[in-house]
Design a binder for this molecule. Structure first.
Ligand code: UDX
Length: 437
């Protein structure tokens, strides 16, 4: 099948390469020539484990073409819209400019029977609005909404072997035809037995934001328990282990620490709240405001804790920040808790040096005021305090004895509850963590 993919970010690029690898003829289009040039050379424009290999395979097969000219989509039977829906600059709502532009740009090339498939995370109601746009301009074409649940750092595996596939479709024969086309697109994962759920547009749109809201709530729940542990003298990791044994609760996504960041969870819960308000159902998701506040308090608390261990003020003190990415195995620094804490400490007058195995280049662009090094020993040299803010394996496996020889003061703050406390203490370190007495 010939398929087009509009938007070649984390979602679109991996989706396009995965479709090509599974045998489809794919044309990927993005407005950013740098991204397109990199992909054309078989180079991933971002760090994503396994993506280089998938991309190389797709390019070698000759089935993945990329370009900046949307006219290339002509002749494709299916058109995936994979552009971003960031938070608006002046409100918590999603900015739909890129989705609207992408759909508009496709209209001149649509033929009867074509399926336009939205994958971007959008406020409920968007698909119905865009379906009218598509059918008015291209009678016989149909819009489907097919949310994507991939995690950065696991994007390749999540794309090739998703937990579930959701189709949001119009009722009746038009929807049934679109389902047949989507089944052909996803023949490979469906053959593996991946569950397929066919729903109407609003349900499909809500599935995505409901899933991310649930995950964000789970993280903020455990971080709220961490706040209690700090004042009551408990240990949140043991608490998470203990409640996680209850299969109704489950241990996954109960890792306390600096909380969630990235390009999805924070902006999705805010956009969901904004949309629910518009629909007159704001009360139903008012708790998401609390989820967001708990999450932000973790960052504030980390800054406070740093001042506390330095005797009341961070001004002029050397702080080694290990981690800039919002999570390990990613170079994404969008709304990164680690980078946010580093910036707040810098603002408070600390002498901050940030290191990360992959995210130094992206962090430099987002927070150019900070000092960076790719060399972890250089970051640690002379530090009065060490903050571990992204749980990269490279940081979890640091030798506390060796690190102790590099720093000026042996105090470590474990922002992700990822270090072996006993090992660090045995090497003469003062260990402090969020959620541990
Ligand atoms: C998320 C959803 O998981 C994914 O399904 C959706 O498609 C996009 O949004 P992603 O943003 O890539 O994916 O990362 P995720 O693994 O969900 O982590 C999000 C944030 O939560 C990270 O900052 C991570 O450090 C934090 N987190 C995660 C915790 O603080 N504790 C946990 O237990 C898990």
């Amino acid at each position: 099948m010939r398929i087009s993919v509009i938007g070649l970010g984390y979602l679109g690029a991996v989706h396009a390469a995965a479709l090509a690898a599974s045998g489809h003829e794919v044309v990927g289009v993005d407005v950013d020539p740098e991204k397109v040039d990199a992909l054309a050379l078989g180079k991933a424009p971002f760090y994503e484990p396994g993506f280089d290999d998938l991309l190389a395979e797709a390019r070698r097969s000759g089935r993945l073409q990329v370009g900046t000219d949307v006219a290339e989509v002509a002749g494709s039977a299916v058109h995936f819209v994979c552009v971003g829906t960031p938070q608006s600059a002046d409100s918590p709502a999603a900015d739909l400019r890129f989705v609207d532009t992408a759909v508009d740009s496709l209209l001149p090339y649509l033929a009867p029977g074509d399926v336009v498939v939205g994958k971007s995370t959008v406020p409920v109601g968007t698909a119905a609005r865009l379906a009218d746009v598509v059918t008015a301009a291209a009678p016989g074409a149909v819009l489907a909404w097919n949310p994507e649940f991939l995690r950065e750092g696991h994007a390749v595996d999540d794309t090739l072997h998703p937990d579930r596939i959701v189709y949001g479709l119009p009722a009746g024969e038009t929807g049934e035809r679109a389902a047949v086309v989507l089944d052909a697109v996803y023949a490979a994962p469906l053959a593996e037995g991946v569950p397929r759920i066919v729903a109407d547009y609003p349900t499909a749109e809500l599935v995505k934001v409901a899933a991310n809201s649930f995950l964000a709530t789970k993280i903020s729940f455990i971080n709220a328990m961490a706040e209690l542990c700090e004042v009551a003298g408990g240990d949140v990791t043991q608490l998470a282990d203990a409640i996680g044994h209850d299969v109704r609760i489950g241990r996954r996504f109960l890792n306390a620490g600096l909380g969630f960041g990235g390009g999805c969870l924070p902006k999705d819960i805010r956009a969901f709240t904004a949309r629910a308000d518009e629909l007159g159902a704001g009360e139903a998701v008012a708790f998401l405001g609390e989820v967001d506040r708990i999450n932000n308090r973790r960052r504030e608390r980390m800054v406070e804790l740093t001042a506390e261990v330095l005797g009341g003020s961070v001004a002029g003190r050397r702080v080694a920040v290990l981690g800039a990415a919002f999570k390990p195995e990613s170079d994404d620094v969008r709304d990164s808790p680690a980078l946010d804490v580093a910036a707040r400490l810098d603002q408070a007058g600390a002498d901050v040096v940030v290191t990360d195995p992959q995210a130094v280049p992206t962090a430099r662009v987002r927070a150019p005021q900070l000092t960076y090094t790719e060399d972890v020993e250089e970051a640690l040299a002379g530090a009065d305090v060490v903050l571990v803010l992204t749980e990269w394996r490279q940081f979890r496996e640091l030798d506390p004895v060796r690190v102790g020889e590099l720093v000026a003061g042996r105090t470590v703050l474990d922002g992700r509850l990822a270090l072996d406390r006993a090992g660090w203490e045995a090497a003469g370190w003062r260990y402090r963590a969020l959620g541990r007495a």
